[in-house]
Design a protein around this ligand. Structure first.
Ligand code: MLC
Ligand code: AMP
Length: 495
């Protein structure tokens, strides 16, 4: 197992690192490919000096090559969501001042005009796999390594910048806490522009010398085939994935359900995170598979902060205790640390796992820290040392199927519709998605709106998972004396 150093990849030689369809790739093959790619990216330079290199790639050998290649060449990796709409991509690319974009196959054609219009050089992975290896730079841990975009309480997503030290801390705490070993085999079925897929699965797996099976999408039958074959001993997903698996079980014969559940039963670990795991789901999964889900809590800015134990009681409805190397505490509205159990407060986090800054946004960075603590905006209580998440301080943030969405960002796009005069977006409780996006809309006089028409209007303007799942037309939005929309009142309208 790797002890330290960069860039975060095991160098064991003959072991299989990645499986992609019917192809498998050993660590030595992957490492050599990364070195060639990094040499190609450097193109004669000694060090990329934190050049922002974006990449638009599904989970694949190419993705791993690019991510690690950028790291080895001294750049900042900016992985993008392959399901993004063009206006979203324009924001990410201009916000990060991206100079080069790496992609492959069919995506190269679709990205061409965007890259041309933004003076970004579009390159294919293959083009950078040079044969002449160059000396790669020494990368100090304090250097910036990755930028991930996160939605929040602002209109547009912010770039969360992690250093190599941050990335290493985020990985190593999980290797220790969840007992990763090179014997582990895990499917990666989550998108690779968020830390759940990137850090918890891909980076941890490749640091530990484990084998990661890459799936470009959440393809239930294909993944279940491998579960039945006993291929995996670790499984990590968002709650919606467990819900969808249970919904899938309802569509197949009981005997087949039993075979699949028997594939989950001997695994050493099933993890749920990125959104609250309802107690009902925790119990259903236990009943079906015998697996006691390990729920943990994290955030783009901190990696994982709090986790139920690998050994010991995994408590339903709770996210556990601070991870090794992570300091967590609750604070009241006056910024006093809460020391009594069962009094709710905001979770604040300290440790090497915490990000460096929001890219090019010193004000947002400063506002998100207080006395050295990162303020998460999540409210929790502690019971017998176990944290239980109660909610979020902002109603503008929605967690749908594990994706964090900004109500304000969605409102900003909907307001571009010629018939919409006012709009407020909230998250409403939903059994499949945790929360689903609902828009309250006031229309121009005399105008009508059907949901289906609005949905097709939204396509291409925002990622499809941000599109409201329901709308309600109202005459005017409720506002307080200051003229601010009172979103809690909208929730009351639904009762
Ligand atoms: C897909 N759809 C969603 C959605 N995902 N709608 C709302 N919320 C979502 N999350 C919609 C699509 O727009 C489409 O709508 C329809 O569902 C089918 O799309 P799909 O792509 O085929 O869906 P599926 O593959 O089933 O995707 C579900 C999912 C996916 C759960 C696999 O949402 C997912 O990968 N979520 C995980 C996101 C994640 O990694 N979050 C971690 C963030 S990091 P239509 O109408 O067009 O049919 C973090 C920190 C931490 O949170 O603690 O980990
Ligand atoms: P993101 O910004 O996409 O990384 O999402 C981080 C947010 O997801 C956190 O701030 C929490 O609100 C939420 N989250 C992550 N894990 C959990 C969990 N186990 N229970 C409840 N909320 C969670």
């Amino acid at each position: 197992m790797q002890e330290n150093g960069f860039p975060h990849l095991n160098n064991d030689s003959t072991k299989v690192a990645l499986v992609e369809g019917d192809k498998s790739h050993t660590y030595s093959e992957v490492n050599q490919r990364i070195d060639k790619f990094a040499s190609g990216l450097l193109g004669g330079k000694e060090d990329l000096q934190e050049e922002r290199i974006a990449f638009f790639l599904p989970a694949s050998l190419d993705y791993v090559t690019t991510m690690h290649g950028v790291w080895r060449a001294g750049g900042i990796a900016v992985p993008l969501n392959v399901a993004s709409a063009v206006p979203e991509l324009e924001h990410y690319l201009s916000c990060a001042s991206v100079t080069r974009m790496v992609s492959t196959g069919k995506y190269l054609t679709s990205l061409q005009s965007l890259c041309e219009s933004m003076a970004i050089t579009l390159i294919s992975v293959e083009d950078l796999l040079v044969n002449e290896l160059t000396k790669l730079p020494a990368i100090s841990p304090e250097r910036r390594g990755m930028m991930l975009f996160t939605s929040g309480t602002t209109n547009k997503p912010k770039g969360v910048v992690s250093t190599h030290k941050t990335i290493r801390a985020q990985i190593t705490t999980l290797i220790e806490a969840w007992a990763w070993t090179e014997e582990d085999v895990i499917p990666l079925l989550l998108p690779l522009h968020h830390i759940h897929g990137i850090i918890n699965i891909l980076c941890c797996g490749l640091w530990a010398g484990a084998t990661v099976h890459l799936f470009a999408k959440f393809d239930i039958p294909k993944i279940m085939e491998q579960v039945v074959a006993g291929t995996y001993n670790v499984f990590m997903a968002v709650p919606t994935i467990y819900v969808k698996l249970i919904q899938y079980f309802e569509t197949i014969e009981d005997a087949e359900v039993k075979i699949i559940c028997d594939g989950f039963r001997p695994m050493r670990l099933n993890i749920s995170g990125s959104a609250a795991c309802p107690v009902k789901l925790f119990n259903q999964w236990k009943e079906l598979t015998g697996q006691i889900l390990l729920e943990r809590y994290g955030m783009t800015e901190i990696g994982m902060g709090i986790s139920n134990p690998y050994d010991g009681e995994r408590r339903a409805g709770a996210v556990g205790k601070p991870l090794p190397g992570v300091e967590a505490a609750l604070f009241d509205e006056e910024h006093n640390m809460i020391t009594d159990e069962e009094i709710p407060g905001e979770i604040r986090i300290k440790g090497d796992n915490v990000f460096l800054e929001y890219w090019d946004n010193p004000i947002a960075t400063e506002e998100s820290f207080r006395d050295g603590w990162f303020c998460t905006g999540d409210v929790a209580v502690v019971e017998d040392g176990y944290y239980r998440i109660m909610g979020r301080s902002s109603i503008d943030i929605i967690k749908s199927g594990g994706y964090k969405l900004s109500g304000l960002e969605i409102e900003g796009t909907l307001l571009l519709h010629e018939n919409i005069t006012e709009v407020a977006v909230i998250g409403v409780e939903d059994e499949t998605w945790g929360e689903s996006v609902m828009a309250f809309i006031a229309l121009r006089e005399g105008a009508n709106m059907e949901y289906a028409d609005l949905k097709s209007w939204c396509e291409g303007k925002m990622s499809s998972y941000k599109i409201p799942k329901a709308i309600r037309i109202i005459d005017a939005l409720p506002r307080n004396a200051m003229g601010k929309v009172t979103k809690p009142k909208l929730k009351e309208l639904l009762c």
